[in-house]
Write a protein that binds this ligand. Structure first.
Ligand code: CMC
Length: 402
C-alpha cells in the first residue's frame, strides 16, 4: 500500500521521507505521522487536504459526481435496493441474501421500542423546543439505558448497539414530533416498513461522521457519540441546510426579491449564503441531488402541486444558480438538501423536523463508521494547533494593572 515516497525539504534541516499510501480508488495520501518527530506539524484548518482515517465504507469523487457505498453507486442502490438493505450493506460490507435480509429486518423491528422511562426525558423540554435539541438530549439519554451492560470492545455488543440505534431512531423522531404537538406518543407499529431514506444513509468523513469518530475515539458510549453527531449535523452548513432552505425561501418572500438576495449572497461583506447551494466535496454535481431532483419532480407531480409561490421561488433560484457566472465559477450547484427541503415540505413534514429526518437516515452511517473504527486498532483523535497567542509572560498584580 505504501510503494511511493514523498520527500519534504525543510529549510536548514535534512529532507524527510514520507510514505505515500494508495487506496483502492481516489487520490493517494501522504502519511505525515512521522513528521512530529522533526518538530513540525501540518496545518490544515477545516481538513481541506487531510484524510483523517482509513475507511472501507463510502467513496466520493466530488469532481466526477460519484458516490459509492461499499462499491455500489448510489443511483443503483436508490433504484434497486431499499433502506434496510443499504443499512445492512453499510454495517456489514456486503448486500444481504434473502435469508440474511429477512433476519436483519426482523431484528430491527424487534428493537423499535424504547424504554418506557425514556418518555420522562421529554417532559424536561418545553413543547416549543427545536426537535433537534430534543433529539440531541434523548439520543444522548439512551446511553444511560445501555451503558453498564455494553462493552465496546465486544463485536457482538457493537453490533447490537448499531441495530438498536437504527431501530429506535424513527421511534424517537416520532416521539419528538408528537411531543412538540402536545399529542400522546404512539408505540411503533412493527407491521409497517421502515421508510426509504437512503440518500442520506452515509457520506464518508463529513462533519457529523467525523464528530462521531472523534467522540468514539475516546472510548465513549456509542449512544452518546451519536448524540454528538446529531449536534454537528444540526448546523445550517451541514444537515440543518434542508430547514434553512425553507427559512430562506420565507425570508426572500417573493420572486421580485430574488435579485436583492442573489446580490447579498455574492457580497463578501454580507454573511448571507444561498442555503442548499454548494458543497465542500462536490465541485461538479451531487449525485444524490440528481436522484433527489427526479424524486422531487415526481412528488410534486403526484401531489399535483403547481403555482406554489415558494416552489416558484425555489425553481427560479435553481435556474439562476445554474446560469449565473458567480455560481458557475465556484461550482455552487443545488445540493441534496435543496431538493430534500422541497420534498419534505410538499409531503407535509413540519420544517423543524427536516433535520431530524436527515439524522435518522444518517444514523446507520455514523454507527457503521464507529463500528469500523473500533474493529481495528485506533488512537484517540487529538489534532494539534498553530499557536498564535501571547508568548510566556508574568502576571502583573491586580493593583498595578491599568
Ligand atoms: N452561497 C453563496 N456563496 C457561496 C455559497 C453559498 N451557498 N457557498 C459557498 N459560497 C462561496 C464562498 O463565499 C466562497 O467564495 P470566494 O471563493 O469568493 O471566497 C466560495 O463559494 C467557496 O466556498 P467555501 O465557503 O470555501 O466552501 P466550503 O467548502 O468551505 O463550504 C458549504 C461548503 C456547503 C459549507 C457552503 O457551500 C455552504 O455554506 N452552503 C450553504 C449551506 C448548505 O447548503 N449546506 C448543505 C451541504 S449538503 C448537505 C450535507 O452533506 O451536509
Amino acid at each position: 500500500m505504501a510503494d511511493k515516497k514523498a520527500q519534504l525539504v525543510i529549510e536548514g534541516a535534512a529532507p524527510v521521507e514520507l510514505p505515500i499510501l494508495t487506496g483502492t480508488v481516489g487520490p493517494d495520501v501522504i502519511d505525515v505521522r512521522g513528521l512530529g518527530a522533526t518538530g513540525h506539524f501540518t496545518f490544515d484548518p477545516g481538513f481541506m487536504a487531510t484524510a483523517s482515517c482509513e475507511s472501507k465504507i463510502t467513496y466520493i469523487d466530488g469532481d466526477k459526481g460519484i458516490l459509492l457505498h461499499r462499491g455500489y453507486p448510489i443511483e443503483q442502490l436508490a433504484e434497486q435496493s431499499d433502506y434496510l438493505e443499504t443499512c445492512y450493506l453499510l454495517l456489514n460490507g456486503e448486500l444481504p441474501n434473502a435469508e440474511q435480509k429477512a433476519q436483519f429486518v426482523s431484528t430491527v423491528k424487534n428493537h423499535t421500542m424504547v424504554h418506557e422511562q425514556l418518555k420522562s426525558f421529554f417532559n424536561g423540554f418545553r413543547r416549543d423546543a427545536h426537535p433537534m435539541a430534543v433529539m440531541c438530549g434523548v439520543v444522548g439519554a439512551l446511553s444511560a439505558f445501555y451503558h453498564d451492560s455494553l462493552d465496546i470492545n465486544n463485536p457482538q455488543h457493537r453490533e447490537i448497539s448499531a441495530v438498536r440505534l437504527v431501530a429506535k431512531m424513527p421511534t424517537l423522531a416520532a416521539m419528538v414530533y408528537k411531543y412538540s404537538m402536545g399529542q400522546p406518543m404512539m408505540y411503533p407499529r412493527n407491521d409497517l416498513s421502515y421508510a426509504e431514506n437512503f440518500l442520506h444513509a452515509d457520506h464518508e468523513q463529513n462533519a457529523s461522521t467525523s464528530t462521531v469518530r472523534l467522540a468514539g475515539s475516546s472510548g465513549a458510549n456509542p449512544f452518546a457519540c451519536i448524540a454528538a453527531g446529531i449536534a454537528a449535523l444540526w448546523g445550517p452548513a451541514h444537515g440543518g441546510a434542508n430547514e434553512a432552505v425553507l427559512t430562506m425561501l420565507d425570508e426572500i418572500g417573493d420572486v421580485s426579491n430574488i435579485d436583492t438576495f442573489i446580490a447579498k449572497a455574492k457580497d463578501k461583506n454580507d454573511p448571507f449564503k444561498l442555503m442548499g447551494f454548494g458543497h465542500r466535496v462536490y465541485k461538479n454535481r451531487d449525485p444524490r441531488a440528481t436522484v433527489m431532483k427526479q424524486t422531487c419532480d415526481e412528488v410534486l407531480r403526484e401531489l399535483g402541486i403547481k403555482n406554489d409561490p415558494q416552489l416558484e421561488l425555489a425553481m427560479r433560484l435553481e435556474e439562476i444558480a445554474l446560469t449565473d457566472p458567480y455560481f458557475i465559477e465556484r461550482s455552487l450547484y443545488p445540493n441534496v438538501d435543496f431538493y430534500s427541503g422541497i420534498i419534505l415540505k410538499a409531503i407535509g413534514i413540519p420544517t423543524s423536523m427536516f433535520t431530524v429526518i436527515f439524522a435518522l437516515a444518517r444514523t446507520v452511517g455514523w454507527i457503521s463508521h464507529w463500528k469500523e473504527m473500533l474493529s481495528s486498532p485506533y488512537k484517540i483523535g487529538r489534532p494539534r494547533q498553530l499557536y498564535t497567542g501571547e508568548q510566556k509572560r508574568d502576571i502583573t498584580a491586580l493593583k498595578d494593572r491599568k
